[in-house]
Design a protein around this ligand. Structure first.
Ligand SMILES: Cc1ncc(COP(=O)(O)O)c(C=O)c1O
Length: 398
């Protein structure tokens, strides 16, 4: 079917909630994708920070083929080996003792919020159910995750939201301390705010939150849905801060594009999830967990967090050089391969112009260009991306 007809049908048959770019992607390999007219693009979004091993990685494709020919689905009434092995691998490579599997980031956050409420009520008091989140955060679209998301534009029209949620400024420890009281069950934050504009907190922020939470018996939930699985140059972004959270939520890159979510937590906290208290039909099927196993073992074996740190330095250096040259670049932020370029003007036209030149990039809010390429990118890919971004920004500045 030709591209024009596909786009017409999309306009006619989809709900109108996505402002999609008018291209149809048909094929991918490594850090490149192709559209239905045969045009090639360098993918510096990796979907939305998902395809960390690149597109159609042979180990991922192999795991998908093997699972499809063996056993796709097992309900959580029964055990399946890949789910058990993945849980073990995640525990061995994180702070966590226990893992719950679901299907997306927002669901992982729902699990975390429900667990925090149950733990707070059972361990402390029946009114200990409040959650403190941060302004400008993004935690997902289901009603619980939406309620802790600190951006009103996502709330609009969906109120009333979950009761018992407070928002305080990100990177502001005194504000967090003031907001905490005997009703606070948990604090939820992103170690780096991704969708909200790629904001990296001060070095003392996460250790400070850990301390505040310890003093008040409050759970510290870190949303690593975008930052996790190596993106920031460590397997988990909390490692940069040298702390251990109580709960971490993961999704996006965990199975390199096959939908999965996971909530990792400490033993004592996990105990509140008694049999029947939470669950998921599709969570952790042998299919998705074997793909996640292939992904995570590859990320570890190929030391991709370290590679992401190196490539991130190259990219950030190039972007900072552009910042010195162009007044329209206000700031370059981020860590590893999660980078944001704050502009003095809208990022949308830059995203479009990059795409016209064969480079896919993301935005984060109105004025921030967001780069989240696959972790396997090579120096030549980074140089090409920098050339395109430089050319586009220079033209826009002229
Ligand atoms: C930090 C963070 N949390 C949660 C989500 C929601 O994940 P999902 O779209 O898989 O529900 C996202 C998605 O962008 C995210 O970046």
């Amino acid at each position: 079917m030709d591209t024009k007809t596909l786009l017409e049908w999309s306009a006619r048959y989809h709900t109108p909630n996505y402002a999609r770019t008018p291209i149809v992607l048909t094929r991918g390999e490594g850090a490149r994708v192709w559209d239905s007219d045969g045009r090639e693009y360098l993918d510096f979004g990796a979907g939305l920070a998902v395809a960390s091993l690149g597109h159609c990685h042979p180990r991922v494709t192999g795991a998908i083929q093997e699972a499809a020919a063996t056993l796709l689905h097992v309900s959580n009434l029964y055990h399946s080996a890949p789910q058990i092995q993945l849980a073990r691998l995640l525990v061995e490579h994180s702070f966590a003792d226990r893992v719950f599997f679901c299907n997306s980031g927002t669901e992982a956050n729902e699990a975390a919020l429900k667990l925090a409420r149950k733990y707070g009520k059972e361990r402390f008091a029946s009114d200990r159910y409040e959650i403190i989140a941060t302004r400008n955060s993004f935690h997902g679209r289901t009603l619980g995750a939406l309620s802790v998301t600190g951006q009103e534009r996502y709330h609009h029209g969906f109120e009333p939201l979950l009761p018992g949620v407070k928002h305080v400024a990100y990177n502001d420890l005194p504000a967090m301390a003031r907001a905490m009281d005997s009703r606070t069950a948990a604090v939820i934050v992103e170690p780096i705010q991704g969708e909200g504009g790629v904001h990296v907190p001060d070095d003392g922020y996460l250790p400070g939150l850990r301390k505040l939470c310890d003093q008040a018996g409050v759970l510290l939930i870190l949303d690593e849905i975008q930052t996790g699985v190596g993106r920031t140059g460590r397997l988990w972004a909390y490692e940069h801060a040298g702390i251990a959270p109580d709960i971490v939520t993961v999704a996006k890159a965990l199975a390199n594009g096959v939908p999965i979510g996971a909530m990792l937590c400490r033993e004592e906290v996990a105990a509140a999830l008694t049999p029947g208290s939470h669950g998921s039909t599709f969570g952790g099927t042998p299919f998705v967990t074997s793909v996640a196993l292939a992904t995570l073992t590859t990320v570890l074996a190929e030391k991709l967090p370290e590679h992401a740190a190196q490539m991130g330095d190259t990219l950030a250096e190039g972007l900072r050089a552009l910042g010195r040259e162009l007044r329209t670049v206000k700031a370059v932020r981020g860590r590893g391969l999660l980078l944001g370029v704050e502009l003095t003007h809208a990022a949308g036209p830059v995203v479009d112009a990059c795409r016209d030149r064969g480079l896919l990039v993301l935005s984060a809010g109105e004025r921030v260009l967001r780069l989240a390429p696959p972790l396997i990118v090579q120096p030549a890919d980074c140089r090409r991306a920098l050339d395109v971004i430089g050319e586009v920004l220079r033209r826009q500045a002229a």
